[in-house]
Design a protein around this ligand. Structure first.
Ligand code: LUZ
Ligand code: MOS
Length: 751
């Protein structure tokens, strides 16, 4: 089944925030933001901007009727700066005017005097100065300290990993208008309508029941709208509520790039110990996470880094510590993978380091330590239905990796300035929000009298086709075609207290809620059908829009059944609630069962480097991916392909640059390059692993959003290996591996 949105997208009829028809008297807002990264505000002069023709009003923190507070996990984030700014791009004032152009022109007339304070942009410097967002967190199993002596080989090193801009096509924005009795209607491009609703209520000093948030779809998000969509919704809501007029606030691309946080850069230290036969016995890692100025989602992202510290390997003695460092950058935030890739990059670097010192391919060490059924993850969860080994073996078989390795060796011997490299990237990714309470969802299902069905859930459609999957679930439950099913917008009055659409878990959580709601309706309908067909409800099945009894046709159609149920005054609506069972986690101990299940897979990646120019190509990416029993292989494969390209961009060409003053230098699409079709690998193969899906996955179809992003890390190591085939002194672990770094590395001498 195709994405139900395909036609709308291709014809341009799909509705995004900017497609919502404008109401009369709509005003437009622009954010005036801090131009320095750390300073006291000595004075703020709004007078010239206020006098600007067409300006209606300018808001600052002084105009907030409730609290100037939008922190999601920890209340440390103000909506507007008060007397101090902490990053360039921090909102200081909101200009509301008759047009967007006027609002943006007028904000330039605002004058601020700053008394500049020390700017810290580097996480290690922040840690050294005690600038932490949170106390450091450690997860451990066993005692690496006591193991080093027993190890035949011990290696240590450091890694750097840059951040990543989300670059959703649709920038952040919101459109609000007042309703009767002080209520507010909010359209906003968010992964988390409930977070927007909650924060708006807090800022306005009102109840959540006075704020209705509605989302049709997003033009992409990738985590960038999990927490960071909230500010813009609050700003538009504040202006709309105060002025009692519709107010629209949409960030320009430049404003969005400058004002919003990104994936967290990490700087890390590792120590890895191996036995003579290359079993990893001990691993110790310290992460310095560049958190930006406030917490945002950093505590949860830190946790996921800790959870993915050992990637796809069993290691008996592990200790991992993370410092979430407070710097004067925009608050870094959720991004597809959510701290996972940063953790996996370090263990893969540690293995690569050991391999290069031992003069063997990293895959030899990887292979010997792959997670097996029943192994204990170092956070206390037992590994079950482990498909790691299987995906690895299938990759070797299906992609003829041994042959490919030999071909590459021959190629490298025959070419002086062209070198190829290869790498294998295994992934193991935990599915569930690491904050256990978020693993819940609700759905509201109506069967109308004509047999058509309306489904509302807490899931946000953001291009990942979750609505298509929800339609498939309802179609499966009712035994009817998807053309009868409509997915409603996500609206806080229909489905309340939603968890963000995040953590790859949205189809699972909301799908189960849809299934529960549909099944309750089906149960009631079966009673009616049994009565109509003169049999028992257990005998009834609904299939192909027909009622079957004992598997045989009854001649009763779905429509007839619905009509009869309605005439008998049977309830044809239901709200389903789902909470993932069996999850728990003790944060103090760092132990528990945080994930419903894991997603596994193996990617084989090859790259070619031009060792005169420093340029490179990722040639092949071939993947065995564990979809479980995919309910929609077209959509799921698309997710893998997109994630792989995004992952490759992350570790190759996407380089965020801030200067020492905390100014984003890569602040436009001419200075921040994302992969295009020319940088996509020539060969991208995604083969599904044949494996039973776990019971907590919706219809046994595994979560697919984030895990495959981490295959992209294989491109880093493949390119690095290609360059090392030319110069083995190129020995750093510094992502992204830009062509500049490759060029500088070609004739680099080991320190
Ligand atoms: N968001 C979140 C996430 O709030 N908690 C998570 O565990 C998570 N994991 C991945 C992506 N987003
Ligand atoms: Mo996310 S990184 O918002 O699943």
């Amino acid at each position: 089944m195709k994405n139900i949105d395909s036609k709308g997208h291709v014809t341009g009829k799909s509705v995004y925030l900017d497609d919502i028809p404008i109401r009369q008297n709509t005003l437009y807002a622009a954010v005036f933001d801090a131009s320095v990264a750390h300073a006291k505000i000595k004075s703020l002069d709004l007078s010239h901007a206020k006098d600007f023709q067409g300006v209606v009003q300018i808001f600052t923190y002084k105009d907030i009727p409730g609290e100037n507070q939008i922190g999601g996990i920890i209340p440390d984030e103000s909506l507007f700066a008060e007397d101090e700014v902490q990053f360039q791009g921090e909102p200081v004032a909101l200009v509301v005017a008759e047009s967007e152009a006027i609002a943006r022109a007028a904000r330039r007339k605002i004058k601020v005097e700053y008394e500049e304070l020390e700017v810290v942009t580097d996480p290690r410097e922040a840690a050294a100065k005690g600038l932490l967002l949170l106390p450091p967190t450690t997860f451990a199993m066993g005692h690496p300290d006591k193991r080093w002596d027993a190890c035949k080989y011990v290696f240590s090193g450091s890694t750097e990993m840059g951040g990543q801009e989300h670059l959703y096509l649709e920038t952040q924005g919101a459109y609000c208008f007042p309703q009767e009795n002080g209520n507010l209607m909010v359209y906003t491009s968010t992964q988390s309508p409930t977070a927007a609703q909650r924060s708006i209520a807090r800022v306005l000093g009102t109840g959540m029941h006075n704020v209705q948030v509605d989302v049709t779809r997003l033009g992409g998000a990738f985590g960038g709208k999990e927490d960071q969509a909230t500010a813009w919704a609050c700003l538009a809501a504040l202006a709309s509520s105060k002025l009692q007029k519709p107010v629209k606030l949409v960030l320009s691309r430049h404003d969005d790039l400058r004002m919003t946080g990104k994936r967290h850069p990490y700087s890390s230290d590792f120590k890895i110990g191996l036995s003579e036969d290359l079993k990893i016995l001990a691993y110790e890692v310290t992460y310095y996470q560049n958190g930006g100025a406030v917490n945002d989602l950093s505590p949860a992202i830190s946790e996921r880094t800790l959870f993915h510290t050992t990637n796809s390997y069993f290691i008996p003695d592990v200790k991992a510590t993370i410092y979430s460092c407070k710097t004067n950058l925009p608050p870094n935030t959720a991004f597809r993978g959510f701290g996972g890739p940063q953790g996996m990059f370090v263990i893969e670097s540690a293995i690569a380091k050991a391999a290069q010192e031992l003069n063997i391919p990293a895959s030899v060490i990887q292979e010997k330590n792959l997670l097996k059924e029943g192994d204990m993850f170092y956070y206390g969860q037992k590994a079950e239905q482990v498909n790691m080994r299987k995906s690895w073996d299938n990759a070797f078989r299906d992609f003829k990796i041994e042959e490919k390795k030999k071909e590459i060796e021959v190629f490298n011997n025959e070419h002086r300035f062209l070198k190829k490299g290869w790498a294998i990237m295994p992934i193991t990714f935990g599915i569930s929000f690491t904050a256990t309470f978020l693993n819940q969802a609700r759905a509201l299902v109506h069967v109308y009298t004509d047999g058509s069905v309306g489904v509302s859930t807490g899931a946000i459609e953001m291009g990942q086709a979750v609505n298509t999957k929800m339609a498939q679930v309802a179609s499966f439950a009712f035994g009817i075609g998807t053309s009868r099913i409509k997915l409603e917008s996500t609206n806080t009055t229909r489905v309340a207290n939603t968890s963000p659409t995040a953590a790859s878990a949205t189809a699972d959580l909301n799908g189960q809620a849809v299934l529960i709601a549909c099944d309750a309706i089906v149960q009631r309908m079966k009673n009616v059908a049994a009565d109509m067909a003169g049999t028992k409800p257990e005998e009834i099945t609904l299939k192909g829009e027909q009622v079957l009894a004992g598997g045989k046709a009854t001649g009763i159609s779905w429509e007839q059944l619905v009509t009869e149920a309605y005439m008998r005054r049977i309830k044809l609506s239901e709200a389903g609630h789902y909470a993932t069972p069996e999850l728990f986690f003790d944060k103090e101990k760092g132990k528990g069962h945080p994930f419903a299940y894991h997603v596994y897979g193996t990617a084989f990646v090859t790259a070619k480097a031009d060792c005169l120019r420093g340029t490179y190509e990722v040639e092949d990416v071939q993947i065995i991916h564990d979809f479980g029993n995919s309910m929609n292989l077209i959509i799921d494969t698309g997710q893998v392909e997109g994630a792989v390209i995004q992952g490759i961009g992350y570790v190759t060409m996407e380089e965020l640059a801030y200067d020492k003053t905390g100014r984003l230098l890569s602040n436009s699409l001419s200075t921040y390059k994302v992969p295009d079709i020319y940088s996509a690998p020539e060969v991208l193969v995604v083969k599904p692993l044949k494996a039973e899906g776990p019971k907590h996955a919706i219809l046994k179809s595994k979560a697919v959003g984030e895990p495959p992003l981490m295959y992209g890390l294989g491109a880093y190591f493949a390119i690095r290996n290609a360059v090392r085939a030319f110069n083995t002194d190129f020995d750093t672990f510094d992502s992204p591996i830009t062509p500049e770094k490759v060029l500088m590395g070609l004739y680099r001498l080991k320190k």
